[in-house]
Design a protein around this ligand. Structure first.
Ligand code: F6R
Length: 242
């Protein structure tokens, strides 16, 4: 695991976007796994900027979103389908057909999880997975106690996560109770992983993930077993590393 500590949150996005740009240039058909939430926003904005300057080409890029709320229609502004359309598909100029989000409003949710795994396998798996980390150490929505070998499935969101994510539901809608998420085993199948974190509120989870024991109580700690992970931190989120 490579750990890169940079002065500011903006530096985190720039560094990670440049790393991703190099990988995409080396392998244009790359399948990119995309996290939502606030942590990777700087990455997507920098990738869009590099593309606008023609410093990188994202032609042919395919994306798989990590997770989605159960029960939110894709056009709900709090859904991850809406986030991906707004922050990734549009700004990066991707063909919507090349962007796959788990179907959280499917009638048969169990089937939707299987379909997602099958589509991922058919695409050849994730080449590069972008991750954020929850304040409780989750990656994707694999909450503490998640099986380290789990596959895409429905999970109940913890109270902590629902509280943390209430900021994405300003209209007063309650945060859904369940989600579809790639499992930890699914995430570990990615050829390469880049995890980004910013801010003091992530410092305890970051320290547990990188320096703590590998344990389901800190799902991100499973990344210690992955062969190609880069963790990109600002100074505040790195503040509790030994
Ligand atoms: C989002 C996801 C989550 C977030 C995590 C951090 O697709 O899978 O694991 O990365 O909850 O969220 P932010 O970045 O909003 O602090």
């Amino acid at each position: 695991m490579d750990v890169v500590i940079l002065p500011t949150p903006a530096d985190v996005g720039t560094f990670a976007a440049q790393l991703i740009g190099r990988r995409v240039a080396a392998s244009p058909g790359t399948v990119l796994g995309v996290a939502t939430g606030s942590s990777p926003l700087g990455i997507y904005r920098e990738l869009a900027r590099l593309r606008a300057r023609e410093a990188i080409s994202l032609d042919g890029l395919r994306c798989f979103a990590l997770d989605e709320y159960v029960g939110l229609p894709p056009d709900h502004p709090g859904s991850y389908a809406a986030f991906v359309a707004r922050e990734i598909t549009g700004p990066l100029g991707l063909a919507p057909a090349n962007v796959r989000v788990p179907d959280g409003s499917a009638g048969d949710i169990a089937r939707a999880c299987i379909d997602y795994e099958e589509d991922l396998a058919a695409a050849g798996g994730i080449g590069l997975q972008i991750l954020g980390i929850g304040t409780n150490g989750h990656i994707g929505f694999n909450e503490p106690t998640s099986s380290l070998s789990s596959r895409t499935r429905v999970k109940a969101l913890s109270e902590q996560t629902r509280k943390d994510n209430s900021r994405f539901f300003p209209s007063g809608d309650t945060v859904p109770t369940h989600c579809i998420t790639q499992g930890l085993g699914t995430i570990m199948d990615a050829a390469e992983i880049v995890l980004v974190a910013q801010g003091e509120r992530k410092a305890a989870a970051v320290a547990a993930a990188i320096e703590g024991p590998v344990a389901s109580m800190c799902p991100a700690s499973v990344l210690q077993f992955h062969r190609r992970v880069t963790v990109v931190l600002d100074e505040a989120s790195a503040g509790r590393l030994a």
